[in-house]
Design a protein around this ligand. Structure first.
Ligand code: ATP
Ligand code: MG
Length: 628
């Protein structure tokens, strides 16, 4: 890890030289005067005075060399359609979308709210907003009217872009009726809504308000819209965190710092070069969709695969089929997508020629050692666990094969990425923890380029939420719990909210989950801490078996539970022994694949599970309830 460490050290010791050099990766219409202005901590302003544009860097800059090469590859197994847009074709669509926005009065600094599924128009309007200096706010399609109304009031958009419906597992998911409801509930509903009519469900257009995208497109196709040059620190978008903790925060991103950081990450972390094909199977409603479906690959001159569909439909080999067909070099997805595959025929993993694929990147929630090993061995590909947050915009911890090929260790997202001065901090003393000592993962500010500039419309909340957790020190808290081993490998042990305190011993839920998952019959698990009158808290475990039929045998459930308890006692000690181990068919998860631990805890403690608008399958909670 020598080279990685040295590279990281340079970025921290001399950020000025480091980022001045890296900033040359993008086009600056006007050069910046200062690399970093940190005169008002914790607010960091990168590349001050420089003027640039995300859309120009993603599209126009590559038109000389790559006009006829694929830029956006759209695959939908939902509506059985595939469209490859070359950079020139993408440019044409984005210009048309920009002209549509301008015709509706959108200008620099205005907000555009995008409520769309994984269709190319989502990319067009994100890039079009960037082109004219408008700020986009993409709202995840799975949200209910109430969340959407909140986001509308938060952004106060000039225009909303939406559609009749999305599709999931072949079934239409209505968007338009929810939008209509949300527009009624919101205090600042905009004058115009552009509807991309997919013909999936019938709908009623609101006269005077709703405009048809196809008609507008025809009118504005081949209109060239000039690029609006933005100061590096002008906001490019607002995006809410996933809401796993029930407390979404509107992350505000800048322009120049984000472009530079993403370009570096495409190279150093994802090993991508211009012309390479990159595939991130994430929804544009989440940060991975922003950074690694749209901006990262395109800014780096790569082609991006945008996928509308499930990882298991028409069968569990669909990801591999897409990779083979489009010669994908790097795949990015959530661990949950891989865990789902464990329940399917392993022969599907080798049905396609994956010689084009270099590596698989997994992020968004803990990647247990076994799942990581299983997929890596089955495909014969390195698996890179990378750890980050909506707030940071790009990985905080990750192996960086573009810097150096290091030994990967399952269960660890390796080591800090350049630019992030990450520490493990003792919550009580506020001091740095030593090797193998657990604590809160924190970042010494200034945060690097690409990380959030503030919380939308609330600077005070930004400072208060993230920088006031530790006594006597202004550090950014990730609210995750972790440790670094003696070799410098990092481990994330769960969220600080999920840390269990059993009779004075502090345990990360992740540590116990790893042990549960070691049992060969287990596909995945969730461990939560539940209040207990004598011990303070006790652990409760919920496991999903690979083959649910295993439970049919008499006494099977008790035997399995005992075997799992033994593993936990051996690895985590007797205090970690769960009060109850239950078997369920599925875990309650957000649409982005994160286990809703807060909802499980609430049920276990007999409370209301709270806001469940992002839950994937509500019946998973009924099963949990039934085991109690
Ligand atoms: P909210 O902040 O709204 O409650 P959220 O934290 O789930 O939601 P995201 O920003 O999407 O919102 O997720 C970031 C979090 O996901 C991290 O703080 C961490 O808890 C978890 N995470 C992401 N990647 C990894 C990883 N590789 N290993 C372990 N945990 C991860
Ligand atoms: Mg969070």
């Amino acid at each position: 890890m020598h080279k990685t460490r040295e590279f990281h050290r340079q970025s921290i010791d001399d950020p000025d030289t480091f980022w001045r050099r890296e900033a040359q990766r993008i086009h600056w219409e006007t050069p910046f005067e200062q690399v970093l202005d940190y005169s008002n901590p914790p607010f960091a302003r990168w590349f001050v005075g420089g003027r640039t544009n995300l859309c120009y860097n993603a599209i126009d800059r590559w038109l000389d060399t790559q006009a006829d090469q694929p830029a956006l590859i759209w695959v939908s197994t939902e509506v059985e359609q595939e469209i490859v847009y070359t950079r020139a074709e993408l440019s044409r669509e984005v210009n048309a979308a920009a002209a549509i926005l301008k015709s509706l009065g959108v200008s620099r600094g205005d907000r555009v709210l995008i409520y769309l599924p994984m269709i190319p128009q989502a990319a067009f309007f994100m890039l079009a907003s960037a082109r004219i200096g408008a700020i986009h706010s993409v709202v995840f399609g799975g949200f209910a009217a109430h969340n959407l109304a909140q986001r509308i009031d938060g952004a106060q958009p000039k225009v909303v872009i939406s559609t009749d419906a999305g599709s999931r597992g072949g079934k239409a998911i209505a968007y338009k009726p929810l939008l209509d409801q949300a527009m009624k509930q919101s205090k600042c509903a905009p004058e115009h809504v552009v509807i991309v009519d997919r013909g999936l469900i019938p709908y009623q257009a609101v006269a005077g308000r709703d405009l048809d995208y196809a008609q507008l497109r025809t009118r504005y196709l081949d209109v060239a819209v000039p690029v609006e040059w933005m100061e590096s620190n002008d906001p490019s978008y607002v995006l809410y965190t996933s809401g796993t903790t029930g407390n979404p925060k509107g992350v505000q991103r800048d322009t120049g710092g984000y472009a530079v950081a993403l370009c570096t990450s495409m190279d150093y972390i994802f090993g991508g070069k211009p012309g390479d094909v990159y595939f991130s199977a994430s929804d544009i409603g989440w940060v991975v969709g922003h950074s690694y479906v749209i901006y990262g690959p395109l800014l780096n001159g790569q082609a991006s695969v945008m996928y509308e569909g499930l990882p298991t439909r028409p069968d569990a080999a669909i990801l591999w089929k897409i990779i083979e067909q489009y010669r994908v070099k790097a795949l990015f997805c959530a661990p949950t997508a891989i865990r789902v595959l464990k329940k399917h025929d392993p022969a599907l993993l080798t049905r396609h020629d994956l010689s084009c694929l270099d590596r698989i990147y997994l992020a968004g929630e803990p990647l247990d050692e076994l799942t990581g090993r299983w997929i890596s061995e089955a495909l014969g590909k390195p698996v890179i666990d990378n750890y980050w947050q909506t707030e940071t915009g790009w990985p905080i911890l990750s192996a960086q094969p573009g810097v150096e090929e290091i030994e990967l260790r399952f269960g660890s997202p390796s080591t800090p990425a350049y630019g992030f001065d990450v520490r493990v901090i003792d919550e009580v003393t506020g001091l740095d923890s030593g090797p193998n000592q657990k604590g809160v993962v924190a970042i010494q500010p200034p945060l690097p380029p690409g990380a959030l500039s503030t919380i939308w419309d609330d600077d005070a909340r930004f400072v208060h939420t993230y920088f006031e957790s530790f006594p006597g020190r202004m550090l950014y808290s990730t609210f995750d719990w972790g440790l670094v081993d003696e070799d410098g490998y990092w481990y994330i042990l769960g969220r600080t909210d999920d840390v269990i305190n059993v009779a004075g011993h502090r345990l990360g839920t992740r540590e116990i989950e790893e042990s549960v998952n070691i049992h060969p019959a287990v596909a995945e698990s969730a461990v939560v801490g539940v209040s207990d009158s004598t011990k303070g808290q006790v652990a409760m475990a919920f496991a999903v078996l690979r083959h649910p039929d295993d439970l049919l045998e008499a006494g099977a459930s008790e035997r399995l539970a005992n075997e799992i308890k033994t593993i936990i006692e051996q690895r985590n000690g007797a205090v970690a022994r769960p009060a109850q181990i239950s078997f369920v068919n599925s875990l309650p998860k957000t649409r982005s694949g994160k286990v809703l631990r807060r909802a499980i805890v609430a049920l276990c403690e007999g409370r209301d599970p709270g806001d469940l608008t992002t839950i994937e399958d509500p019946s998973a909670l009924d099963q949990i309830r039934a085991t109690l």
